[in-house]
Design a binder for this molecule. Structure first.
Ligand SMILES: [Zn+2]
Length: 406
């Protein structure tokens, strides 16, 4: 067992990061020896020749496990076992469970990371390690920062204290400003093979092997989605309903209804995910303000409640965007299968459980139509991400997906 076990299908990345952790250990030992002798300056973690450096940009497509890889690296840096990242020692276990005081992690469920959050992180980065050898600052969605915020971060990444390591995660290197990119060492995760994802679901989540294999394939190796499909019994049904809808639409009216249906179910799924936490947060805040059990909020305290509500609204929006984006990925996979059938390609199909619908759709249209539909889904996806009204965007899409005479 080691901290790398759940970083599936990423042998090259694991080898680079564990090499870096090895080099980091050497640097830390030198530093400790010198501190004991009281001589010379401590060695720096950087240097183009060193396997270790103090700023990393860990990229990979959504679902490839980039934040898992970053966390495993953080554990390997703090590890006290024989081989960095042993997974057994206390520092390793503490990092993996989120309890290590020298690994500060920012994971946001909101659409943006605020300037205040980044300033707080920079403060954390300036501290010396409490118990570990390194102070590790892990930012999971570094792409969700406004340019102004990024510029504040830049200064800290340029000249961090010698024992600080920044780990920034983004989908691709283009998601951060070139000034940040050029100061980080780049790590790129690939899409893991479906077999490796299925193994992980069986080993880590106790999923049934056949179901895990189907889920890994249907999610196109997106680890989070595959887990969702392998562990939530309703998820398959929702997915089937979604993928059957466009081929059964008869009219524009049908398309509008199908769009409303999809957006509504995205809303309720997102709400189910955030409601409990919203209520708990509100109760905590009321208690902190001394308003327990009271119906009326004094005017002086309303701003704080409003700030929380704004935060929660943003989070709900992000959750809904995520659910709709997942639906778009599923729709894309369906029409890619249709296109593959039309071209007579023997590429492995994603939706083996919908073979009949795919054959029917393939026979009744041509490849140009499939390509146009794929483009329409990509366009809708882009519009959803750029804050378009979801219902309008999805309606426009459903109208385009509706079967039409050839
Ligand atoms: Zn360890």
């Amino acid at each position: 067992m080691s901290v790398w076990d759940d970083v599936v299908g990423q042998e090259a990345v694991i080898s680079t990061l564990s090499g870096a952790a090895e080099a980091a250990r050497g640097l830390a030992e030198q530093r400790e020896a010198r501190a004991g002798g009281g001589a010379e300056d401590p060695p720096s973690a950087t240097g183009p020749g060193s396997a270790m450096t103090h700023a990393w940009l860990i990229t990979g497509p959504p679902g490839s496990g980039r934040s898992n890889a970053a966390l495993a690296f953080a554990a390997a840096l703090q590890c006290a076992g024989d081989v960095p990242g042993c997974g057994q020692c206390k520092p390793c276990r503490d990092v993996m469970s989120g309890a290590h005081p020298d690994v500060v992690r920012l994971a946001t469920e909101k659409l943006i990371i605020t300037l205040d959050e980044v300033k707080e992180l920079i403060g954390e980065a300036q501290r010396r390690p409490w118990t570990g050898r390194w102070r590790v600052i892990l930012v999971e969605d570094a792409d969700r920062m406004a340019e102004r915020t990024t510029n504040v971060l830049l200064k800290s990444i340029e000249e961090p204290p010698p024992q600080t390591v920044w780990l920034l995660c983004t989908p691709s290197a283009d998601d951060v400003l070139p000034t940040i990119r050029s100061r980080c060492r780049l790590i790129t995760l690939r899409i893991p093979p479906a077999g490796a994802v299925a193994d992980l679901l069986v080993r880590r989540d106790g999923a049934d092997p056949a179901l895990a294999a189907r889920a890994a394939r249907a999610s196109q190796s997106h680890i989070g989605l595959a887990r969702h499909l392998a562990t939530d019994p309703d998820a398959w049904e929702r997915r089937r309903r979604l993928l059957r809808a466009p081929v059964s639409l008869r009219s524009v009216g049908d398309a509008v209804l199908a769009a409303a249906d999809l957006v509504e179910s995205a809303e309720s799924e997102a709400q189910a995910r955030t409601a409990e936490r919203d209520a708990a947060e509100r109760a905590d805040l009321m208690r902190a303000l001394g308003l327990e059990g009271e119906g009326r909020v004094p005017p002086a305290l309303r701003a704080q409640i409003r700030a929380l509500e704004e935060d929660q609204k943003r989070r709900a929006k992000r959750a809904r965007t995520d659910v709709l984006d997942r639906a778009m990925i599923d729709l894309l996979s369906f029409y890619r299968d249709v296109l593959a059938a039309q071209m007579g390609s023997d590429v492995e199909r994603v939706n083996i459980d919908l073979a009949e619908q795919i054959e029917r759709a393939a026979a009744s249209t041509g490849p140009e139509q499939s390509l146009a539909r794929i483009a329409a889904i990509e366009e809708c996806r882009g519009r959803l991400r750029s804050n378009a009204a979801p219902l309008l965007a999805v309606e426009a899409l459903m109208i385009q997906l509706r079967p039409q005479a050839r």
